[in-house]
Design a protein around this ligand. Structure first.
Ligand code: ADP
Ligand code: MG
Ligand code: MG
Length: 929
């Protein structure tokens, strides 16, 4: 076998008047190479690279992505594209000594989509193009295999009908299934040539009926139509959806690969398969894959037949197996990354059809990165780019708690994507969406399908886990869930899924929609009922090793948002270096606190308010002590009370209903009401009559039309200074008490929703005064800081002023996004889907920081603040603090730290390390995509 030579970057940008639209590959040489993913797409680049390396790749040509972009702009392919395609086709025909779809030895081709980033199953491929009523006979004669010829033709009509003519797959499936039923068989391979000819006849009728035209007999017309359909498929809903959730640019477009067919369905010495050079679920170094004999194309991944493990190939065809093993090992060495490959065996001869860097779980990504460093394939610095920051989440996925309940294993499928999921069964994607509603945690759903298709993507997104009864480790369900970091058990063949009847049967039991099941994606087990889940331990030694390589590159600190000691302890275990946001209001929701909190809110005068606050003081102090203890030696940012007060009171409408209906309620119902209003002072039924109207009056007083822009944040502390006083007292008393116990405390008091210098000065003065009082009373001083959250555009504009009174800034980017866009965060989902679909926004600005707009405010405020106070400490504590692209932005803007939810700390650490390493190491695109 030829050795693989590194390609010279021969992307000559010769500015000729015409663009090179078509790149040929074949005869040991390709016009393009592996680096040209932008132009040729991932698949085209891989085919070119393999061809240049002398690997057995069927020849063909790639129509580049610019042609697709033009097609999107103008709605048609230009004459130039047509002409270059015809020239390349002529070259292919000459090389093969065949003519497309004509003559005694007709050339057949596949038409394959392939964008820069792989989008599994999102785009469509057509095989056996060139067949028609005449060439099918030539193929039968030439191959001396009429069954094979008919099988290929029926596949073409089916794929062409679906992809090009937009006919539902089921229209063809019905015909095919009817034939199998008639022949009393379940296997495609049991149908003979005659049966398949019948199927072809029926398929043609399906085409005529649905597309109102005949299946095109002219091979070139087939080719042009297929090419254009691939261009159009870039814009189909599934593709758009996939791009959105994976952050892929809509404007890239796809390339089209036209490639001479090789036939895996020629008989028992032919077959097709897919594989990975290492296990993509666990990272174990093992040759890994699946194949089917006498099969073509998608058969392996579609789950129509359950494929066989690659090790079987060694027994059936040892030579082919060895050659495949050798080729893929070389490919891995060449690309220095796990390869995900496709191959076809035609009459005992091996052909490579695709290679690309394999998608893998976070677990596998870390393991493989470490292995490859140990094998000397990559350096430690390169290794840190081999894991996407979000993938580290995999180490934090839950496991099933098998001690709490009896475990009844219903079936064992393939461990397609690790983690555990517990939920109610839904049999269709739509039903899953319905059942999950707005809260996928409260309403956990397991999507159960015979096999998933790209049409199920919306259901897969809301589901906690996916279970399929067919398909392998490389099935659609497996690949997509691994990308999502979601638990999946695939190919659990013992389960009989009946989507129409909405039930599944296994071990003689029947399960209906809404029944509970538990999945273990790490072992592949399907378990009856609702098991508890266990928190995973983040102390995996390989993860630690990997993070020890990454962390030294990092220049920003990573903190966590945590309100209670339990979360703080957890965050610390994940490597948080402080708390960036401790929200005090969450502390008030505790059982024993809420009545006092409510008394405080209901008070309409300062005296009553102070009485209630006094009761809250010791409780707050205890909360803070707990958090300080957990974070011993690390800084803790505590925010003073932020939300509008009525969030702690019953809803106005609800009260009105209760008041109106009270007289008509029976004794039992009245008792229930007493319980409901117990926290507001209801003890017996008699209390209700007076209490409820009083409550309503206060609720009315507090009512606001736009509470998010209302009486909240520092505005509360300014109108009710005693609240800030009590909180400051609790913080400093706790700080001193802890210090006396030998705990090192670094409190940072943060004033929310500041827009002007004077607001900051007002609240800062209270905090500092109380601090001095407490220090005097207790005879001990503690170092502390007072600062603000920057979450209003005005604050960013006058940050130089505010910095006079503020020792640190923390960007509250949730509110800052809300107020900069004027989007209500809680209602934006009515608008967002359309905005994303229309491309008005590229991303949800509440998920990934809007660098263009909101980011400018962040940058400006940082610069202005530091002009006044060069030592100003600056951080971010919005949701964005754990999102990789936003973390990178924070690094470039010179922030001192990011703060995020405990579960995103690992992700933020890696993202921050990668951002800094990209700078210092000048690595370009070292990431696996
Ligand atoms: P996807 O992007 O979904 O992987 P592909 O373009 O790789 O789609 O093709 C789908 C299937 O068809 C794959 O199994 C591939 O190996 C097979 N295939 C594509 N082109 C050919 C060909 N020229 N000969 C034989 N099989 C092919
Ligand atoms: Mg493929
Ligand atoms: Mg806020």
């Amino acid at each position: 076998m030829a050795t693989i030579t590194l390609p010279e970057a021969e992307v000559q940008e010769t500015k000729k008047s015409t663009t090179k639209y078509v790149y040929f590959f074949g005869g040991g040489k390709a016009d393009g190479n592996g680096k040209m993913k932008d132009v040729l797409g991932g698949k085209g680049a891989g085919l070119a690279e393999m061809t240049n390396a002398g690997l057995p790749v069927p020849p063909g040509f790639t129509i580049q992505t610019e042609a697709c972009r033009e097609y999107m702009r103008t709605g048609a392919a230009s004459k130039e594209v047509d002409q270059q395609m015809d020239e390349a086709l002529a070259k292919l025909e000459a090389l093969q000594g065949q003519k497309l779809g004509t003559g005694e030895n007709p050339l057949l081709v596949s038409v394959r989509s392939g964008a820069k980033f792989s989008m599994p199953g999102m785009m469509d491929t057509i095989l056996n193009l060139g067949l028609n009523d005449k060439s099918v006979e030539a193929l039968a004669k030439r191959s001396n295999n009429p069954r094979f010829a008919a099988d290929s033709y029926r596949r073409l009509i089916q794929m062409f009908g679906n992809v090009v003519l937009d006919i539902e797959k089921s229209a063809f499936d019905e015909v095919f299934d009817a034939k199998k039923k008639q022949k009393k068989t379940k296997l495609d391979t049991d149908l003979d040539a005659k049966d398949l000819q019948d199927v072809i006849g029926e398929y043609k009728k399906v085409v005529k009926k649905h597309a109102k035209r005949d299946f095109p007999q002219d091979p070139r017309e087939q080719l042009v139509m297929a090419r254009d359909a691939v261009f159009r498929s870039w814009q189909n809903d599934r593709a758009k959806h996939y791009r959105r959730i994976n952050n892929i640019d809509d404007m890239l477009g796809t390339a089209v690969n036209v490639q001479a067919m090789v036939y895996g369905n020629l008989g028992d010495t032919s077959g097709t398969g897919v594989g990975f050079t290492r296990n993509p679920a666990t990272g174990t170094k093992e040759f890994y894959g699946e194949f089917l004999m006498n099969a073509q194309g998608e058969d392996v991944v579609s789950g129509v037949r359950t494929p066989v493990h690659i090790s079987e190939l060694e027994k059936i065809m040892p030579d082919v197996y060895n050659q495949l093993h050798e080729i893929t090992t070389r490919l891995e060495k060449h690309y220095k990354d796990v390869q995900d490959f496709e191959f076809t065996i035609q009459d005992g001869k091996l052909y490579m059809l695709q290679t690309r860097n394999g998608k893998r779980t976070g677990l596998a990504a870390v393991r493989v990165a470490i292995q490859m460093v140990e094998e000397g394939l990559i350096t430690k610095d390169e290794a840190i780019f081999r894991v996407e920051p979000n993938q580290l989440y995999d180490f934090l996925v839950p496991r099933l708690d098998e001690k709490s309940t009896k475990v009844e294993v219903l079936a064992t499928g393939l461990p397609a994507s690790p983690g555990a999921a517990v939920g109610k069964i839904a049999f269709t994607a739509d039903e899953a969406v319905k059942m999950a509603g707005h809260d996928t945690t409260k309403n956990p759903v397991i999507l159960v399908r015979a096999e998933t298709t790209p049409e199920d993507i919306h259901g897969m997104e809301v589901a906690k886990g996916i279970l399929t009864s067919r398909g392998g480790m490389t099935s659609h369900a497996a690949v997509v869930t691994r990308g999502m970091g979601k638990c999946c058990v695939a190919g659990a063949g013992d389960i009989d899924v009946n989507e129409k009847a909405r039930e599944m049967r296994v071990k003689g039991q029947t399960f209906k929609e809404g029944d509970w099941i538990s999945l273990d994606g790490t072992t592949g087990r399907v378990i009856k009922g609702k098991l508890n889940t266990l928190d995973p331990s983040p102390d995996d030694p390989e993860l630690q090793k990997f993070m020890n390589w990454a962390d030294p590159h990092r220049k920003m600190k990573v903190r966590a948002n945590a309100d209670i000691p339990r979360d703080a302890i957890q965050a610390r275990a994940f490597g948080a270096e402080g708390i960036g946001l401790c929200r005090t209001e969450h502390m008030f929701f505790g059982e024993e606190k809420i009545p006092h909190m409510r008394a405080m809110i209901l008070a309409d005068n300062e005296k009553d308010r102070r009485t209630a606050l006094k009761k809250l003081l010791p409780m707050q102090r205890k909360d803070f002590e707990g958090v300080f203890k957990a974070m011993d030696g690390l800084p803790v940012t505590i925010r003073t009370l932020d939300p509008p007060l009525h969030e702690f009171l019953p809803r106005r409408e609800e009260l009105m209903v209760d008041i109106a209906l009270l007289p008509s309620y029976d004794a039992k119902h009245k008792k229930e009401l007493v319980a409901k209003y117990k926290d507001y002072g209801a003890k017996v039924v008699g209390d209700l009559k007076k209490l409820l109207p009083t409550l309503l009056a206060r609720v009315e007083q507090l009512h606001e039309f736009n509470p998010m822009l209302g009486h909240r944040g520092c505005r509360l502390g300014i109108t009710y200074p005693e609240i800030t006083e009590m909180q400051a007292r609790a913080i400093f008393e706790a700080a001193v008490d802890c210090t006396k116990k030998g705990i090192k405390v670094l409190p940072e008091v943060m004033i929310p929703l500041v827009a002007t210098l004077k607001e900051m000065a007002n609240q800062g003065a209270i905090v500092r005064r109380v601090a001095e009082e407490v220090f005097k009373e207790k005879g001990m001083k503690v170092d502390y800081m007072v600062g603000t959250m920057i979450e209003l555009p005005r604050a960013a504009l006058v940050a130089d002023e505010i910095a006079k009174e503020s020792e640190f800034f923390s960007f509250g980017t949730n509110d800052l996004t809300q107020t900069t866009f004027g989007f209500s965060r809680d209602d934006v989902n009515k608008i967002l889907p359309t905005y994303l679909a229309e491309g008005i926004l590229k991303q949800d600005p509440f998920a990934a920081l809007d660098q263009e707009g909101v980011g400018q405010l962040v940058k400006m405020a940082t610069e202005r603040g530091r002009k006044t106070r060069p030592t100003l400490k600056v951080g971010i504590c919005g949701e964005h603090g754990g999102e990789p692209s936003s973390v990178e932005f924070c690094y470039r803007t010179g922030l001192n730290y990011v703060s995020c939810s405990p579960f995103r700390v690992l992700t933020a650490r890696l993202a921050a390390a990668q951002a800094a390493a990209t700078d210092t190491l000048k690595v370009e695109g070292g990431r696996t995509k």
